[in-house]
Ligand binder design. Sequence first.
Ligand code: NAP
Ligand code: ZN
Length: 346
Amino acid sequence: MALARGYAATDASKPLQPFTFERREPREDDVVISIKYSGICHSDIHQARNEWGNSVFPMVPGHEIAGIVTAVGSKVSKFKVGDRVGVGCFVDSCTTCASRDVDLEQYMPGLVVTYNGTEADGKTPTQGGYSDFIVVKEGYVLSIPENLPFEATAPLLCAGITLYSPLRNWGAGPGKKVAVVGMGGLGHMGVKLAHAMGADVTVLSQSLSKKEDGLKLGADHYYATADAETFTKLAGTFDLILCTVSAEIDWNAYLGLLKVDGTLVLLGIPEKPVPVHAFSLVPSRRSIAGSMIGSIKETQEMLDFCGEHNIVSEIELIRMDQVNEAYERVIKSDVRYRFVIDMATL
Ligand code: NAP
Ligand code: ZN
């Protein structure tokens, strides 16, 4: 066991504070990673504040991890000391489940999430990336392309893959009209990735305040959802709508923006059930779906795609002691577009 330092939520109503905890002794298939940068995902806030009702405290959040390998176990073959690596939303999975063969381990019941979860031993709590180092099984560690600026790659490990996977699954590319709802951490990555795949990209944001940025990042069109005319003007337009909003919105109005056979994919997770009228779906054979992060194989594919296309996140680099203030700003949609903690400031 080695002592790690980090920041933890000790209770749903308290700010995060310095925290020391034990990491496991590295095993033969483990990689030890000195964490350099850790992104702040809105899911960190949902969980640190127990908004999903499944939080276990104390909790060290963080599942957008970029770091450097400092040691490897005797059976590790893919990584060596000094490599630039990433860790995303999960650090183990049920390897006996058939889904592993089709690279869908993120949907398996045995998934071990990076924090607020329990390791495969069934008892040790997992702790995340707002910390100085982490020990992860080789099979769950990703390679970060050398050409990308390191700090801005951390958000690819969750925000990047969460948008990449549905864009690929629903065939985004030339000739396809894709809308991204919410120009936040997830949303701005969706704009960059869909643009790089060749799709025609529209941002649907609450206001036009981030329009200039959206167009610069690759959006072809940008509309305010506060303007009711947006919904009449764009009715029946999109093949695919990726919704990153976790607030309650008028789902039927968004479904009305889909073409025949179009799909609305939920990425944000609203607390309440999503009310959908049959008339929003039936007359145009529309679908509503959900998607969660991506497999390890697909996450590596996404990182390589980002390396080829020079795609990283737009970030605000902060000190560790600014994390609580950053949470408040994320909640107010006041982040351009992802906070990343410089772990050297821990
Ligand atoms: P974020 O940076 O806060 O972005 C969310 C965006 O939603 C905001 O920037 C804002 O965009 C829009 N929004 C906020 N409040 C709204 C409201 N009341 N009405 C309409 N739009 C609103 O959060 P994020 O990190 O991108 O995460 C978004 C959601 O995805 C969270 O619920 C998170 O837990 C979830 N998530 C899911 C997965 C998955 O695998 N499915 C992975 C990661 C995160 P505008 O200012 O442009 O309107
Ligand atoms: Zn996340």
